[in-house]
Design a binder for this molecule. Structure first.
Ligand code: FES
Length: 80
């Protein structure tokens, strides 16, 4: 059984990522350190999604947790 993720916010989180650095995106929506995992998913069916930055740039991490291109925003929040 998979629970629906909690919608952290219905907008993406812009983040300046650094080349070569890895980030763990919160998939469950429960983290208080959005858009990143803080371990709150423990006991649920969710696990964080690793994102490794290939270049230093601004990316938009999904905030609604419904993106089909997670961990990045695909505009899914507009339909919620
Ligand atoms: S706190 Fe949400 S995936 Fe870890």
């Amino acid at each position: 059984m998979t629970d629906a993720p909690k919608i952290a916010q219905t907008a993406p989180y812009p983040v300046e990522v650094e080349e070569g650095k890895s980030y763990f995106w919160c998939a469950c929506g429960q983290s208080s350190k959005q858009p990143f995992c803080d371990g709150s998913h423990k006991g649920s069916d969710f696990t964080p999604v690793k994102y490794t930055a290939e270049t230093s740039k601004k990316v938009f991490f999904c905030g609604c947790k419904h993106s089909a291109k997670s961990p990045l925003c695909d505009g899914a929040h507009k339909g919620l």
